[in-house]
Ligand binder design. Structure first.
Ligand code: R5P
Length: 290
């Protein structure tokens, strides 16, 4: 029987997974010494068992060291394997050296994690310039996609939805969600007149005036991408859009700013605990762990 551990903040998801795969919830004491260093103690017997550690990795710098320590401790205590469930995987965006001397942190982060675990399960990692996780991770990775649960949510909650992709790069993703949800989609058209002079138009705007626009993106971080797109949609005379993000990173005040931008509603998947969560991802993790 697998045994599930979680880092603070991941208890709810870990519990759902434990129930879903009929696994034991492991007991781990985790606290900080007065000087800020991490204390960990495992009180469950993990010898010869497959351990699963649940730790989503937004704002990763504070989480990484306790996570590496926990994985090392599980191995020291005799666990047969350690599988990390990180629904949001950090450090995927600095995937190249844009300027001389810059750290390619996606590679460094991947090599640190790969040393500590035997398997990684994650959801929609931001693979932009890389084709596969295996280019940077040396352990087997299960890459899950939220498109299915997002399509279902749209089908069940938004009558007469129109999916909107902010740019041509989003077309692949938006078209898949739209197809599964059985709704139409459009992609905004950008015409660049100069470095700072970009015209954005909404195609077929008259045809879709009565539809509810739905924006879908993988990460909402500063929310600038969503806020700009909301602006273009409202300017074109369409209804206020519903904004859906897979990962509710929301840097600083981004969530409030997006709500204030004229969006009708903001919904995210539960890969990062946040008040905007409305689309559950536990089931798809359970499906690959059983
Ligand atoms: C970009 O490639 C991603 O798909 C997102 O559009 C981007 O990360 C969103 O970032 P922000 O919320 O900071 O505009």
């Amino acid at each position: 029987m697998k045994i599930i551990f979680s880092l603070p903040g991941n208890e709810a998801l870990a519990e759902k997974i434990a129930v879903g795969i009929h696994a034991e919830t492991g007991i781990c004491i985790h606290r900080q010494f007065p000087d800020g260093e991490t204390y960990l103690r495992i009180e469950s017997d993990v010898r010869g068992r497959e351990a699963v550690v649940v730790c989503t990795l937004h704002r990763p710098d504070d989480k990484l060291l306790p996570l590496l320590f926990l994985c090392q401790l599980l191995r020291d205590m005799g666990a047969a394997s350690v599988c990390l469930v990180a629904p949001y995987l950090a450090y995927m965006r600095q995937d190249t050296r844009f300027n001389p001397g810059e750290a390619v942190t996606s590679e460094y982060f991947a090599s640190l994690l790969s040393c500590a675990i035997d398997r990684l399960i994650t959801i929609d990692p931001h693979l932009h310039r890389r084709n596969s996780m295996q280019e940077i991770y040396s352990v087997p990775c299960d890459v899950l996609h939220a498109a299915g649960v997002i399509s279902t949510w749209i089908r069940e909650n938004i009558p007469q939805a129109l999916l909107i992709g902010p740019d041509s790069e989003s077309e692949q993703w938006v078209s898949e969600v739209a197809r599964n949800a059985g709704v139409p989609y459009i992609v905004l058209e950008k015409i660049r007149h100069g470095d700072r002079d970009v015209e954005v138009s909404v195609p077929d705007v008259e045809k879709y005036k009565d539809y509810t626009p739905v924006l879908v993106d993988d990460i909402i971080s500063t929310a600038r991408t969503m806020i700009e797109t909301v602006g273009h949609i409202l300017k074109a005379g369409m209804k206020p859009p519903i904004c859906i993000g897979v990962h509710a990173v929301f840097a600083g005040d981004a969530y409030r700013e997006l709500l204030a931008s004229g969006a009708e509603r903001v919904i995210t998947c539960s890969t990062i605990p946040h008040e905007s969560n409305g689309i559950e991802v536990a089931e798809m993790i359970i499906a690959v762990l059983v």
